[in-house]
Design a protein around this ligand. Structure first.
Ligand SMILES: Nc1ncnc2c1ncn2[C@@H]1O[C@H](COP(=O)(O)OP(=O)(O)OP(=O)(O)O)[C@@H](O)[C@H]1O
Length: 313
C-alpha cells in the first residue's frame, strides 16, 4: 500500500458532513491606507457552493487570496483544510482560478494541463477534463492561438486538474458568451454534484443566483448578508409593487419607497415595506388597479443592501 500522504490522511474527514474546509476568523487586510477586509469571519463547509457577491473593491479577491495562501492577513486567522494556507500539503487539496491569468503563449494546452497536474498527487484524466470544459481537440494548440473565451475556460479547467476537494474561482465566467458561460456552469455543477466544494465570486448576479446555494454579500471588507438566495432577498426585504395608475406625479409621499420606475401604463415601486405602502395608497385614495407584489431579484436586493450600507457609513 502507498505511504499515507497529508492528503490521504485528511481524506476520511471528507465523509463527515459540515466539515469546515476554509475559515476566516476576524480577518483584516490592509494595503497601505486601504482596509480591504475589516474583521471578516467566514466558514466554508464541505459540499457547499458559495457565491461571494459584492461591488468592485469589496474585498472578494483579497479574501480568496488569503484563503489560498497568496496573501497573509494583517490581523486575524485563516485556516485551509484544517491547517495553514501557507502549507503546500493543504494547498494541494485545493484548486484556484485567479481573476486574471497570464498563461505562457507558446505552450500547448496539453503541456499546461500536464504541468499543473504534475504538482498534484493524483489528477483527472486530461481528455475528460478538456471535454468537460469544451476544449476537446485543442490539446496541441498553443495558448497564444486560443480565443479569449477558450483561454478563460482553460484557466478555470486548471483549477480542477488535481481532483481538489475545494475550488476557488474568482469571476470564472468573465469574458465568456452566454453559451460558454452556461456550459461552464454545467462543469461547476458537475464537480459540486460529485461532492466538490466551490467558492466563486461573480459580478453576474444571474450567475450567483443560478449556481450558488449560499450567497455571501461582501461590501467594504465586511459581510453584509449570508444566506440562501431566498434569505438574502428576505434580508433586503425589498418588494416590487407594480400597479397601473395614471396620476403618478400626484402620488403622495410614499413610505419606504426606494425607487420608482414607469413602464408604459405600469408603475414599479421598490419598497422595503410593501404592506405599509399599499395601506398608504388606499388611505390616500390613489386610483390604482392591477396591483401586483413580488420579491425582487437578487440583483435588486443586493443593490439595496449595499446602498443601505453606504448610507449608514
Ligand atoms: N495589491 C494591492 N495593493 C493595494 N491595494 C489593493 C491591492 N489589492 C487590492 N487592493 C485594494 O483592496 C480593496 C479590495 O480589493 P479586492 O480586489 O479584494 O476587491 P474585489 O471585491 O475583488 O473587487 P473586484 O470585484 O473589482 O475584483 C480595493 O480597494 C483594492 O483597490
Amino acid at each position: 500500500m502507498a505511504e499515507p500522504t497529508a492528503e490521504r490522511m485528511t481524506a476520511p474527514m471528507a465523509t463527515r458532513t459540515e466539515e469546515t474546509l476554509a475559515r476566516a476568523v476576524e480577518v483584516s487586510r490592509r494595503y497601505g491606507d486601504v482596509l480591504a477586509l475589516d474583521g471578516l469571519s467566514l466558514d466554508i463547509r464541505s459540499g457547499e457552493l458559495v457565491g461571494l457577491l459584492g461591488p468592485n473593491g469589496a474585498g472578494k479577491s483579497t479574501l480568496i487570496n488569503l484563503f489560498v495562501g497568496l496573501r497573509r492577513p494583517s490581523s486575524g486567522r485563516v485556516e485551509l483544510l484544517g491547517g495553514s494556507p501557507a502549507d503546500p500539503a493543504r494547498r494541494r487539496g485545493i484548486g484556484v482560478t485567479p481573476q486574471e491569468t497570464g498563461l505562457p503563449a507558446n505552450l500547448r494546452v496539453r503541456e499546461v494541463v500536464d504541468f499543473v497536474a504534475a504538482h498534484y498527487p493524483s489528477g483527472v484524466e486530461r481528455g475528460a477534463l478538456l471535454e468537460r470544459f469544451g476544449l476537446s481537440g485543442l490539446e496541441r494548440r498553443q495558448i497564444g492561438g486560443l480565443s479569449g473565451g477558450q483561454k478563460r475556460r482553460l484557466a478555470v479547467a486548471l483549477a480542477f486538474v488535481g481532483s481538489p476537494r475545494l475550488v476557488f474561482l474568482d469571476e470564472p465566467t468573465t469574458g465568456l458568451d452566454v453559451e460558454a458561460r452556461r456550459s461552464l456552469w454545467e462543469a461547476i455543477r458537475h464537480f459540486h454534484a460529485e461532492g466538490g466544494t466551490v467558492v466563486l465570486t461573480s459580478h453576474y448576479l444571474e450567475e450567483v443566483e443560478a449556481l450558488a446555494e449560499r450567497v455571501v454579500v461582501i461590501g467594504q471588507g465586511r459581510i453584509l448578508a449570508d444566506g440562501t438566495t431566498a434569505e438574502v432577498r428576505d434580508i433586503a426585504g425589498v418588494r416590487r409593487v407594480t400597479l397601473t395608475c395614471d396620476d403618478l406625479p400626484g402620488l403622495p409621499e410614499l413610505p419606504g419607497v426606494l425607487s420608482t420606475e414607469r413602464d408604459g401604463a405600469r408603475t414599479h415601486l421598490l419598497t422595503t415595506d410593501a404592506d405599509t405602502l399599499v395601506r398608504s395608497l388606499v388611505r390616500a385614495d390613489v386610483p390604482f388597479s392591477d396591483l401586483e407584489i413580488r420579491p425582487t431579484s437578487l440583483e435588486e436586493a443586493f443593490i439595496t443592501i449595499t446602498a443601505r450600507e453606504s448610507r449608514a457609513a
